[in-house]
Design a protein around this ligand. Sequence first.
Ligand SMILES: CC(C)(COP(=O)(O)OP(=O)(O)OC[C@H]1O[C@@H](n2cnc3c(N)ncnc32)[C@H](O)[C@@H]1OP(=O)(O)O)[C@@H](O)C(=O)NCCC(=O)NCCS
Length: 177
Amino acid sequence: MAPEQEAVRGGERSGPSAEKPSGAVSVDRVTHQDVPAICSLYRKVWDPAPPGVPGELVKAWQPTPLEFTSWMGGVTYFAARKDGHLVGVVGCEFHHGTCRMVHLVVDPEVRRHGVASALVAAAIEWAKKGNVASIWVDSLHDLGPATALFQRLGFTLVGVLHQHEWGEDVNFWERLV
Ligand SMILES: CC(C)(COP(=O)(O)OP(=O)(O)OC[C@H]1O[C@@H](n2cnc3c(N)ncnc32)[C@H](O)[C@@H]1OP(=O)(O)O)[C@@H](O)C(=O)NCCC(=O)NCCS
């Protein structure tokens, strides 16, 4: 089965034809048709900026459709869908024998329902297919939910770059695959 046809729910996998209960989360590869919905989701997540997150950063995290299309070069993006709506995104980039996750967001209206967990599970599967040693991600030190998520999903804090982005500390999380 091609990776883009696979569906992941809360870390459990099911085939595309499997019955999914209403409200189930599915994850698949994004296509160019998804670009407007993805850009709307990034705007919804980062506007207004969460407390403690510099305005310059949230501006950079809200791409225009043209900018997001250019992000897609070299990065494989996965979208989570629930009840037909695009509710989460993550990008995966192979880098020197590792897989880096980028631009992970979940719609505030569906948080704490396993959407990010399903996206990270899809990213881990993608990393395994790429035969890399580890998957890693960086997050601002002050983004508490991201810290809780990566700890919960078995990532280890492997480093901190102090005052790395617009004066903010950045945590580096890694998990072997
Ligand atoms: C971080 C984020 C992606 C989490 O998405 P989510 O779909 O709500 O996460 P999940 O439902 O899969 O959470 C899995 C576990 O992570 C932990 N967790 C996630 N969000 C948490 C929060 N706000 N507070 C405490 N623990 C949290 C919990 O252990 C949770 O399990 P539980 O709900 O059974 O207790 C989401 O809050 C988000 O989009 N934040 C803004 C963007 C961001 O910070 N992205 C990460 C940049 S690297």
